[in-house]
Design a binder for this molecule. Sequence first.
Ligand code: SF4
Length: 360
Amino acid sequence: MKMDVKSLTKFEIEELCEQLGLKRYRSDQIFQWLFQKQARSASDMTNLPKDLRNELDKKIHITNIEPAGRQDSRDGTIKFLFRLHDNHLIEAVLIPEFYDDGVANRLTVCISSQVGCVFGCAFCATGKMGYFRSLISGEIVDQLQFINEVSLEKYGKKINNVVYMGMGEPLHNYDAVINSAKIITDPLSLGLSPRRITISTVGLTKRIKQMGDQKLPFNLAISLHAATDEKRDKIMPINASMNLKALREALIHYHNKTGHHVTYEYLLFDEFNDSIDDARRLAGIVKWVPSKINVIMYNNVAGVSLQRARENRLNTFLRTLRDKDITATVRRSRGDDIDAGCGQLAIREDQPKGKTMAKP
Ligand code: SF4
């Protein structure tokens, strides 16, 4: 059987080349063809000798993703649909932020790490699909390579910020996600700064500790969304097995090992988690380790009873945090006219539902 080289790490590609008796620089060339130049087969790798290309063609297989659709929001956000080799569909979003003169400044891409998701958070459209499969690292990198081309064309600038917050739970696909993050920081791929890459999780404590033990240079974001176990249990089934106490312990471990700050993402739901009491409890959580909070205004999802918080409740919430010396950044979801906001990504084709952990 042919080897799927786009699931390999750089080190494994080097090993493969060593087994084939190739000089070291050949593995760099192959890596670049795979993760920068989007080669579709070894025959595309024109700076390799012909007989080597033929030999590689017999041994390796290259999986690519195909663009399958695009929606442009009036605010400049673009949502992309990609088809995988087995016909599954995933989405990714390019979110531009502009200077006052209209020139693009920060170009953030929100990428998917799985087809669907097993964790079934009550507010999330992806969770409603259920879980189908995890992406290989090449399928994650390909989303960025493709969107980078669009970014250069439309905004005249490379993407410069990546968030693993699209479809799927990134730490549930740990190896592929970490490998993809290492690849996109490599100068032979996209050469992004590791500090501009954020990996988000609903709180898989074992994996958070692993990120700490491996001293990975990427940012960690926690999808918190509730400040008590009682409320978190209601909207995030993961909390039944990994509650706030376990999360606290994992984050302290992570911070002790890396010294990194943590970001909490907190979707504000009307009359659910937006009270003064919730803000006070959240302020307590923020003090576990050095961290910051993004309060996100939810984009309502069809069939979900949780609703976006009202402005007056948001303001009281923020004031309560400020009184406790906590500053929160408010993020208003972008691309809401194309369903590209936080928690809105999902493939709405008629398809049977995938595996779920629990019913929302
Ligand atoms: Fe999965 Fe994240 Fe959606 Fe929860 S919020 S269902 S973990 S994709």
